[in-house]
Write a protein that binds this ligand. Structure first.
Ligand code: SF4
Length: 371
């Protein structure tokens, strides 16, 4: 019998990750690098400390795989925050219900103005973001917002609170085509310690959200852990397991991986497991070698230099002209809502486009359109 993602992840509850990483040899990594396709165990080995000295050949292979599957195209998009009300207590996030920040929910008129302002930059892909509050952002509000965005953009991705399958279907019917749900951490115990209150405490409901979206007709999904909440090697592996499961269960759905690291935010300081730039690159190229047809999205959590350096390693999507403030593209300062986190790359759409072209890649504004 097929097992679902929850049981798939639970299989690794008692797995000795540290023991496995200690056992990985140079010969093992060298033989993995000769393979065309790698197994889950190979992927885990590529996340080991032993593999760190093989980053260059791993990066070369990641580049070849990307060129074969995606050419030199990089799709540009921007996030659009329409509300920052949230009922959850995620201790690593500025929108945490306990944080005293300027809360805002945009009216439809404001959403239209914001959409017009983004559309002027030429972008055709947007991500619609809200905090997680069904009370402030009920389904009818989301549907209205998507209908407005569809007048200006070819693709609308959802990065909102997880929904039931039928609710995702309703949003697909009005034009949403993509879905991003970060699991934050795949470790269920750690998950409970960083999500103190609200619906998001339900680990399993969140973990199964991408399945529900795929069954509802979503065409493209983005997934990740938020690196820094727990040991990054374990988290990257379980994110890869999740993506592998989605690609096998829903073969027509496009998958996009990212490697978000915790950024400074309003509110509680927390213990962060360090993820260096070198660690970041190791995760990114290991994903490429394991999930060859998955895209790779690099956000403005990373600075301009890091993002530029990542382009040849397999980036297929980049955000541009980013603000995490509600109404950040069009509203006056006194009318905006506070941002979710500080961005590290404030470049405009034109600046990002130029940077991509200078490196010999093609910035793509319109990737595809589902009818
Ligand atoms: S991470 Fe999401 S759910 Fe958690 S507090 Fe921030 S906006 Fe709310």
């Amino acid at each position: 019998m097929d097992i679902g993602i929850y049981d798939e992840i639970r299989k690794y509850d008692n797995f000795d990750f540290d023991g496995f990483f200690d056992s990985v040899t140079d010969e093992q990594i060298e033989s993995i690098l000769l393979k065309d396709r790698i197994s889950r165990e190979d992927f885990l080995a590529l996340l080991s400390p032993t593999a760190e000295k093989y980053l260059e050949p791993m990066a070369r292979k990641a580049k070849e795989i990307t060129l074969r599957n995606f050419g030199k195209s990089i799709v540009l998009y921007t996030p659009m925050y329409i509300a920052n009300y949230c009922t959850n207590g995620c201790i690593y996030c500025g929108y945490n219900v306990k944080n005293k920040i300027a809360r805002k929910k945009m009216s439809y008129e404001e959403i239209e103005k914001e959409a017009q302002s983004i559309a002027k930059t030429g972008l055709k892909h947007v991500i619609l973001l809200t905090g997680e509050s069904k009370l402030y952002c009920p389904m009818e509000y989301l549907k209205g917002a998507i209908k407005i965005l569809k007048k200006y953009f070819d693709s609308v991705c959802l990065e909102i609170y997880p929904l039931d399958e039928e609710e995702y279907r309703e949003l697909v019917e009005v034009g949403a085509d993509s879905l991003t749900v970060y699991q934050e951490t795949y470790n269920e115990e750690v998950y409970k310690t960083v999500h103190l209150s609200g619906k998001k405490r339900d680990y399993r409901y969140r973990l199964e959200a991408i399945d529900r979206g795929c069954r509802a007709g979503i065409h493209s999904v983005g997934m990740s852990a938020l690196l820094g909440l727990y040991k990054w090697r374990n988290e990257a592996f379980l994110t890869g397991v999740h993506a592998d499961y989605i690609s096998k269960t829903y073969p027509s759905v496009e998958i996009s991986m990212s490697v978000p690291r915790i950024r400074p935010h309003a509110g509680t300081p927390i213990k962060i497991y360090d993820v260096t730039d070198k660690n970041f690159v190791q995760v990114a190229v290991a994903y490429k070698l394991f999930l060859q047809r998955a895209g790779f999205n690099v956000t403005t959590r990373e600075n301009a230099k890091m993002r530029n350096n990542l382009i040849p390693l397999g980036v297929t999507k980049m955000s541009a002209g980013v603000t995490t403030e509600v109404g950040g593209h069009s509203l006056s300062d006194e009318n905006k809502g506070e941002g979710q986190f500080e961005i590290a790359d404030p470049r405009s759409v034109d600046e990002i486009k130029d940077a991509i072209e200078k490196l010999g890649y093609n910035p793509v504004f319109k990737d595809w359109q589902f009818c």
